[in-house]
Design a protein around this ligand. Structure first.
Ligand SMILES: [Zn+2]
Length: 333
């Protein structure tokens, strides 16, 4: 049934397990929502797998932060060790300078996590701020207009021009207050919020360097968190695979990578593993039921096999702190 609708997954071609999972969940979600989809219905897939993340862009010149929120079903996270070390260090210094300017919180173990690849290290890299050039900062733009209008108003003007500039200045000052308030309270600005300032912004935007940081919204973390490691990478015309081991433990604390309130801890329930290369690889899975790990490889099923250190997609289940003791299982270490 699924293959009939998604023929690219049929036959004997090489497939991507992460892409397949995303497509399967999307199909299940669509079927539950019905046709045409009802926007008021949140499917079981959404309720179980969907989380919310926040992107924070901070202007390095004025320190104003702009927040946007989006939904995600599974995270795609780069393998931390795949980053080229020397150029990464240069980038790091730039990022560190920008962070100091913007006073952004940083995972305290970032350096050591980066050097020792683990799921936590990969997540630290994923949520670590990057620098973007040419960001159009609304606050800096309005500051430029405020200075320009104040200068013009100090000169000789006829009454109607003076009135026009004074009105503009009131609008600009209101805009500065609004943007400051949204930045301080971490509130995303809506289109209605920024609409009165669109003409200033379109006519003469002020571009600055900015830091961009992604974090999970703690209280909106999903019931089941899927983390796919970006092991396949396009370099020019070639796709290469990164086989580096990535360490992981039975539990995962998402607090260091989350904002906005308490973030849950997770317990590993299953791992998808890709062995081999791009020309001919093989997928296996290791899943936990109670305290027993079971390895699945086509028709071969073996109990008591723990997942190895080359995971591709990891499936974590949120720990219900009150019931934690009932579902305890031995640690992987
Ligand atoms: Zn700015």
């Amino acid at each position: 049934m699924f293959i009939k609708k998604h023929r690219r997954f049929g036959g004997f071609r090489q497939q991507d397990a992460n892409e397949f999972t995303a497509c399967l969940l999307d199909q299940l979600s669509q079927e539950e929502a019905g046709r045409p989809p009802r926007p008021d219905v949140r499917s079981v897939v959404d309720r179980v797998f969907q989380g919310r993340q926040q992107t924070c862009v901070t202007c390095t010149a004025c320190g104003t932060s702009y927040y946007t929120e989006s939904l995600f079903t599974g995270l795609n996270v780069p393998v931390a060790s795949s980053l080229p070390h020397d150029s990464e260090r240069v980038t790091d210094q730039k990022v560190m300078d920008a962070i100091q300017t913007a006073k952004l919180p940083v995972h305290q173990d970032y350096e050591s996590l980066h050097l020792c690849p683990s799921i936590e290290g990969c997540l630290a890299r994923h949520t670590f701020p990057d620098v973007a050039q040419g960001f159009k900062c609304l606050y800096c733009t309005l500051m430029w207009y405020q200075a320009a209008l104040t200068k013009k108003l100090s000169g000789e003007l006829d009454e109607s021009t003076k009135k026009e500039y004074q009105d503009h200045l009131v609008t600009v000052k209101e805009g500065l207050e609004l943007v400051s308030e949204a930045s301080a309270s971490r509130r995303p600005l809506s289109d209605e919020d920024t609409e009165p300032y669109d003409t200033y912004f379109t006519r003469r935007p002020v571009r600055q360097a900015a830091t961009v940081r992604v974090a999970l919204v703690g209280p909106a973390a999903p019931q089941v968190l899927m983390i796919a490691l970006t092991r396949f990478k396009q370099t020019g015309v070639k796709v290469v695979k990164n086989n580096d081991p990535v360490g992981f433990r039975e539990t995962l604390d998402m607090a260091p990578f989350s904002i906005g309130g308490p973030a849950p801890r997770y317990r590993l329930r299953g791992v998808t593993i890709h062995s081999g290369g791009l020309g001919g690889g093989h997928y296996t899975a290791v899943c936990r039921a109670g305290a027993t790990w079971t390895h699945y490889s086509d028709s071969s099923v073996r109990s008591g096999v723990k997942p190895d250190v080359q995971p591709y997609v990891l499936f974590y289940e949120r720990i219900d702190e009150e019931k934690e003791d009932l579902d305890e299982s031995p640690d992987l270490e």
